[in-house]
Design a protein around this ligand. Structure first.
Ligand SMILES: Nc1ncnc2c1ncn2[C@@H]1O[C@H](COP(=O)(O)OP(=O)(O)O)[C@@H](O)[C@H]1O
Ligand SMILES: [Mg+2]
Length: 449
């Protein structure tokens, strides 16, 4: 925590500081950061005052004597005071009303504070759960969708099959298996978001290597009832699930399942079966064995590798190929690189990003690299060409980017990463420098001058 608030160089200094001095140090750091972001002195002062007030409120909230702690009404009152003080500021500066934008800076500020707060959480304990119930990918999918090379035929085949099967079966479990990076999650997301399932209640669960039945149940309860589950005994959870599942059409995605214990998987299936509802469960897994175990009445589906043309499409998208002047010369080389991806979307994607900033000679080097023939992988579920493409992408990263990328390894797989928070963490770790950019609010002030 000290490291985050005071940046790496301040670390040793902070260890012996009194709490007052430490708070001063925090305020100083905030001031520096705000000065790097805002050009207006009065705005910086107002935000510094806001940071100070927030710190004071936070300290009062942890007073030993609970009587001295402020109640929520007082806290909101204080926050409103500083909120409106900042909201009025641009009008004083520019003499113009900016109703729509007056809170943008404020919002950014509160996000900053939230970011700082989350930084602290991240560093102090393993609060990030391995199992992420939130369907973050689903909600963010529209932005990504246009970059997806759609497996149209495969998608329609699976959707038609699921709908047909669910007419005669109360529970349909279809596992989709294939090697890491081939595009299982992406494919599943396309199915999950398809309008054909718009009348289904939908639950997306990222399971990962740690299989925790309780968390799976809690996620389903949370999504279907929009309430946290208070039940802690299996029997209570069971009756709660029974009620929620009753009489509904439900699509559940269990993404990235590794568990192969018959007993656990059977328990999950029993818990989700409901004579009175239609449940479709889509599972993705790397393992054919896991797919076989979770499957009840259907054959698991082995996802097809992408065609070379599809890989080439992904490379073109990610490398901004169409905007290049030298695209004619690069086409054949690009197609050869696409072939080396072996139909794996992840390989095509990472190479595409790498090729984006490269010239003709560098494209040639990637194509002819020895890395393609090095035995990089001993893992059958991640073949050589996947790791070779990742290794090539990694080796071409600049040193800052490499550090930032490596830093991301601290997040558990499937964890939702808040972009702004990570950027702050990179800055506080000295991997990158903050840029001096104007907030939207200031840009409006500038424009109105
Ligand atoms: N059809 C596709 N078109 C474009 N990009 C894709 C496609 N399928 C997967 N990707 C990209 O490849 C990467 C790996 O895909 P993912 O679905 O996570 O693979 P898996 O779940 O099999 O490990 C992701 O970053 C994803 O955006
Ligand atoms: Mg996946």
């Amino acid at each position: 925590m000290i490291r985050i608030v005071s940046a790496p160089k301040g670390y040793s200094k902070c260890l012996d500081m009194s709490s007052d001095k430490f708070i001063d140090q925090v305020l100083k750091n905030w001031r520096n950061r705000l000065q790097a972001t805002y050009s207006s002195g009065s705005l910086v002062e107002a935000y510094c005052h806001q940071v100070n007030t927030c710190i004071q409120i936070a300290l009062l909230c942890v007073e030993e004597d609970s009587q001295k702690r402020p109640n929520i009404g007082k806290i909101v009152e204080k926050l409103n005071e500083i909120d409106s003080a900042i909201g009025e500021l641009p009008q004083k500066v520019s003499g113009m009303a900016m109703h729509n934008n007056k809170n943008i800076g404020m919002r950014k500020e509160s996000e900053d504070i939230k970011g700082q707060h989350q930084n602290i959480n991240l560093m102090t304990g393993p609060s990030c759960s391995e199992l992420e119930a939130v369907d973050a990918r689903e909600t963010s999918s529209n932005a990504v969708e246009e970059l997806i090379v759609v497996r149209t035929e495969e998608k329609w085949k699976i959707i038609a099959f699921l709908l047909l099967e669910s007419k005669s079966k109360k529970i349909v479990i279809l596992p989709i298996y294939g090697i890491g990076g081939i595009g299982k999650t992406t494919f599943e997301r396309l199915i999950y978001n398809d309008p054909k399932f718009k009348y289904y209640s939908r639950v997306w669960i990222h399971v990962s290597q740690i299989f925790d039945l309780n968390k799976i149940y809690e996620s389903i309860i949370l999504k279907l009832s929009e309430k946290e589950s208070r039940a802690n005994e299996r029997q209570m959870i069971n009756s709660c699930l029974l009620k929620l599942l009753s009489g509904k059409k439900i699509l559940i995605v269990l993404d990235d399942l590794w568990e192969d214990g018959q007993f656990h998987l059977q328990e999950l299936k029993d818990m989700l079966y409901h004579a009175d509802s239609n449940i479709i469960i889509l599972v993705t897994t790397r393992s054919q064995r896991v797919a076989g175990i979770i499957c009840t009445n259907l054959q698991p589906y082995k996802i097809l590798p992408l065609t070379n043309d599809m890989c080439w499409d992904i490379i073109k998208q990610r490398s901004a190929f169409e905007a290049r002047d030298d695209k004619k010369q690069l086409t054949d080389i690009g197609r050869e690189i696409a072939q080396k991806c072996g139909g794996v979307a992840l390989a095509a994607q990472s190479l595409g990003f790498t090729l984006r900033s490269m010239n003709f000679d560098q494209w040639m080097k990637v194509k002819d690299s020895d890395t393609w023939n090095e035995p990089v992988s001993n893992d059958a579920s991640l073949p050589n060409y996947v790791l070779a493409s990742l290794k090539l992408s990694c080796s071409h990263m600049g040193s800052s980017l490499k550090k930032c990328f490596t830093y991301c390894a601290i997040f558990p797989k499937g964890n939702k990463i808040a972009k702004d928070d990570v950027i702050y963490q990179w800055i506080s770790s000295d991997f990158i420098k903050p840029t001096k950019i104007l907030s939207d609010m200031q840009l409006d002030v500038e424009k109105s001058r």
